[in-house]
Design a binder for this molecule. Structure first.
Ligand code: CP
Length: 319
């Protein structure tokens, strides 16, 4: 197996990836540069490197996932790690075992890395503070989804050549979105101008405290943005109605064909998935030439390889 030239990553000191907020800008850039190097593995005949040979990764998803779970699993395979998948329904969490006890048992089985998706904000941090194993946050409640933001900014950097100075609109359900929170931190650290667009019920003005601009009228900024990232309405986290109807939402905040005509030709259309076609985005636009939705998914694999590689290196040194 060929190796990958990752340059000098000697300064990386985190065994866990819990949030983008806590990262220094150079750490975000290190992950992106490592991901770009790992992307080359995907174009080889033998899509594997020995970086994590002998290591065990547990993919622990207590909430549904297609993209994140699959790409962490593939990332681990490509790094030659052994992988076990568990979910709430297939674990003893169903019988009342605590998250901590479940994780301690996984560590006793010599798990080196635990990738955790959980409905409770802070669950990955809780485990990271108690385990020697690396803990990677694969989405915790409405808190953060760090690898999603990393794959998003990697896609922007690849497609537009930079992130600094770009105008990036994030549209929709910001209040309940871990994707939005991680994106805000990543984009701000890399120097983008961030616009949060949505009704006051889903995009409170309090977000402006972190240096973003809240916009109520999507039509006002369409011709000035370089990226539009459309978020899914998180019905599973909402306990009441935050807008009158889906039709009303589409009318004011959906990316319709009419609105898309006012985007600049280079403007990227992004969506973290899963998509509600015809709600936050017109179905044809999701498959159209400005859409980079599937490129985002592909970059998720490279980003997750980079994160697993960097964090596991530190965990190994600490033992
Ligand atoms: N974007 C994202 O997290 O998708 P999944 O829920 O399918 O992992």
């Amino acid at each position: 197996m060929k190796t990958v030239d990752l340059g000098s990553k000697q300064n990386w000191v985190r065994k866990d990836l819990l949030s983008i907020r806590e990262l220094e800008t150079w750490e975000v850039e290190t992950i992106l540069d490592s991901a770009a190097a790992f992307k080359t593995v995907g174009s080889r005949d033998i899509k594997k490197v020995p970086a994590l040979r002998g290591k065990t990764l547990i993919n622990f998803f207590a909430e549904p996932s297609t993209r994140t779970r699959t790409s962490f699993e593939l990332a681990a395979f490509r790094l030659s790690a052994d992988v076990v998948n568990i979910s709430t329904t297939s674990s003893s969490l169903q019988k009342g075992e605590s998250l901590k006890d479940t994780a301690l048992n996984l560590q006793a089985l010599h798990a080196d890395i635990i990738v955790l998706r959980h409905s409770s904000a802070g669950a990955p941090k809780f485990l990271a503070e108690r385990l020697e194993a690396s803990v990677i946050n694969a989405g915790d409640g409405a808190h953060e989804h760090p690898t999603q933001a990393l794959l998003d900014v990697l896609t922007i950097r690849e497609k537009l050549g930079r992130v600094a100075g770009l105008n990036v609109a994030i549209v929709g359900d910001i209040l309940f979105s871990r994707v939005a929170r991680s994106n805000i931190w990543a984009l701000k650290k890399l120097g983008a101008n961030v616009y949060l667009v949505g009704p006051s019920t889903l995009v409170p003005r309090s977000f402006e405290a972190v240096g973003v601009t809240v916009v109520r009228n999507l039509d006002e900024i369409l011709s000035e943005i370089d990226v539009i990232n459309l978020l899914r309405i998180q019905h599973e986290r909402q306990r009441k109605e935050y807008f009158p109807s889906l039709n009303e939402y589409v009318r004011f905040f959906g990316l319709t064909k009419d609105r898309a005509q006012r985007l600049r030709s280079h403007c990227l259309i992004m969506h973290p998935g899963p998509i509600n076609r015809g709600v936050e985005i017109d179905s044809d636009l999701a498959d159209g030439p400005q859409s980079v939705i599937l490129e985002q998914v592909a970059n998720g694999l490279a980003v997750r390889m980079a994160v697993l590689y960097l964090c596991s290196t530190v965990a190994r040194k600490q033992r």
